[in-house]
Design a binder for this molecule. Structure first.
Ligand code: AMP
Length: 276
């Protein structure tokens, strides 16, 4: 596995890479969720590039940029063992040199849910993903459905800015008890971890209500709220039911609706979703 830190070098390698090229952007602390994206890329491409960059621009001042889990040596070994061809891991000063002043902003999708709770987050995500697409020039780029709003925004920027990449979405990988894998899960202490599976359990509870005939969004949201309020460690940030294509709120749940949840447990913020 080649490890590249310089943008010009990465660009010249990308220009010569055997196509098709698959890109898997990550912030590291590689887990089975990332591995599923990487394996999909390896299956569908001749060259797989994984990027590892904890992007300061997508963390607000009060967020966990400094405590975000980092483990470069372990990640490097794991990615090499997985058969990744190229690891692109630039320094922040490469990605945001002094004088950097251009951002990619999606005004609409970025204004709700994660965007509302985390001002500036999607501006940081859209800008870095746009840069990574330009630097690595992939044919296919892989993103997880766990970050569903991010996936929609990336699909939109890919179309709107004519990157011409095929965006491939990969279903959420979960622990045995249903908790969606996330690099942040290691911050949960034992009791927090025990409670964290209730997030997915509440989504499955909502799904079973729907399957038993309940289609009113407000009623389903209320049922999820009631379910989660029993867990004293869980603080609900939002529960929302939207159309998975338009991302508009829906009043009637139907196939193609998506339930999205954000909570905090102690100091850890977790998101999850379930597509009906
Ligand atoms: P991150 O390193 O958290 O920025 O995630 C990098 C990519 O992995 C994103 O496209 C995420 O949506 C995806 N990802 C993170 N967790 C999971 C998971 N549990 N299942 C599937 N994909 C995931």
């Amino acid at each position: 596995m080649k490890i590249i830190k310089s943008i010009p070098l990465m660009q010249s390698i990308s220009n010569k890479a055997h196509k098709p090229v698959g890109l898997v952007p990550t912030m590291g602390s590689i887990h089975e969720g990332h591995i599923k994206l990487i394996n999909a890329s390896k299956k569908q491409n001749t060259t797989t590039i994984v990027t590892l960059f904890v992007n300061p621009a997508q963390f607000a001042e009060n967020e966990d940029f400094h405590t975000y889990p980092r483990n470069f040596q372990k990640d490097k070994k794991l990615l090499s063992d997985l058969g990744v061809d190229i690891l692109f891991a630039p320094e922040t000063s490469q990605m945001y040199p002094s004088g950097f002043q251009t951002s990619v902003i999606n005004d609409r999708l970025s204004s709700v849910l994660e965007g509302e709770k985390r001002p500036g987050h999607f501006r940081g995500v859209s800008t870095i993903v746009s840069k990574l697409l330009n630097i690595t020039k992939p044919n296919n780029a892989y993103f997880g459905q766990k970050d569903f709003q991010q996936l929609l925004i990336i699909n939109k920027l890919n179309n709107d800015l004519n990157h011409g990449v095929k965006i491939v979405s990969i279903p959420t990988v979960r622990e045995k008890d249903g908790l969606a894998l996330s690099s942040r899960n290691i911050h949960l202490n034992q009791s927090e971890r025990k409670t964290a599976n209730k997030i997915y359990a509440s989504l499955k509870h909502a799904e079973s209500l729907y399957l038993n005939g309940e289609v009113n969004s407000d009623s389903i949201i209320y049922a999820i709220q009631t379910y989660l309020l029993k867990e004293s460690l869980i603080k609900i940030e939002y529960i929302s039911i939207r159309d998975k294509f338009t991302f508009e709120d829906v009043s009637t749940v139907m196939p193609g609706s998506i339930i999205l949840i954000a909570v905090s447990i102690g100091k850890t913020r977790l998101i999850d979703n379930l597509i009906i």
